[in-house]
Design a binder for this molecule. Structure first.
Ligand code: B30
Ligand code: ZN
Length: 265
């Protein structure tokens, strides 16, 4: 049986390292991006995000987030700070109990309402995602901050499946064509990048984060739909109320001398 973990109490982030030793490592994520300490790197090649419209296979509520499995050879990431080609595996989000918090990374101490992670694995160096997930240079996570603002039409495609995944382990098959590119900000040339870890157990130090500077707007109502997902049913048995999936972000981790590079001046 896998070890249970969460975002509160005995099984919360402060105790993850007891069961997942990598969580106590020196290149953990998320971090605060101190924009005055970032270094411009003029050697980056253009970032190549090749996402095609395709059937996104399935959307699941895993009790920690919603997860859209993709694993399509039609969706690839390369260039920028990356030496190799990476294939999109899944995307998911982290969010708060209200619009004032929710992102994992912060920028000059500012926390956004949510954070989108598009998780890719290195198909040049590894045979499978399972192998890549624990290896240096195994994973690249393309990241977009989300704030409350105008409604986002692309997100409505994903949210239309939420009625089928309210409960933990709920799964919805996505049959319509969907291009995850519609969830990215317009400006894909300005980003920060650094070497970190999975932000959830087992917190493997395998991730290069690429974090867009431009923030994506979704409406407050759309953010509320993230919070409509439920976690385990133990509280429901006690109080008759559903426990909602909120505040699924890990606190900021020490930089330990790492330098965040910027693609822009
Ligand atoms: S994150 O982007 O650093 N938050 C995993 C991937 C990315 C991050 C955290 C964890 C991951 O792959 N964990 C392994 C378990 N996953 C596998 C998967 O592909 O995704 C299972 C799961 O979630 O429950 Cu959807
Ligand atoms: Zn994540």
């Amino acid at each position: 049986k896998p070890v249970a973990w969460g975002y509160e109490g005995d099984i919360g982030p402060c105790n993850w390292h007891k069961y997942f030793p990598k969580a106590g490592g020196k290149r953990q994520s998320p971090i605060d991006i101190d924009t005055s300490a970032t270094q411009y790197d003029g050697s980056f090649k253009p970032l190549r995000i090749h996402y095609d419209s395709h059937m996104c296979s399935s959307l699941t509520n895993n009790g920690h987030t919603f997860c859209m499995s993709v694993n399509s050879d039609q969706c690839n990431l390369s260039g920028g700070p990356l030496e190799d080609k990476y294939r999109l595996l899944q995307f998911h989000c982290h969010w708060g109990s209200d619009d004032t918090k929710g992102s994992e990374h912060t920028v000059d101490g500012h926390q956004y309402a949510a954070e989108l992670h598009l998780v890719h694995w290195n198909t040049d160096k590894f045979k499978s995602a399972d192998e890549a997930i624990e290896k240096n240079q195994g994973i690249a996570v393309l990241t977009a901050f989300i704030k409350a603002g105008k409604e986002h039409r692309g997100w409505n495609h994903v949210l239309s499946h939420f009625k089928d995944i309210k409960k933990v382990q709920g799964t919805s098959t996505v049959n319509e064509d969907f291009n995850p590119k519609c969830l990215l900000p317009e400006n894909q040339t300005d980003y920060w990048t650094y070497e970190g870890s999975l932000t959830t157990p087992p917190c493997h130090e395998s991730v290069r984060f690429i974090i867009f500077k431009e923030v994506v707007e979704v409406s407050s109502e759309q953010l509320a739909q993230f919070r409509s997902l439920c976690v385990c049913s133990s509280r429901k048995r006690d109080t008759g109320e559903d426990e909602h999936l909120v505040d699924n972000f890990r606190p900021i981790q020490p930089l330990n001398g790492r330098v965040v590079k910027a693609s822009f001046q």
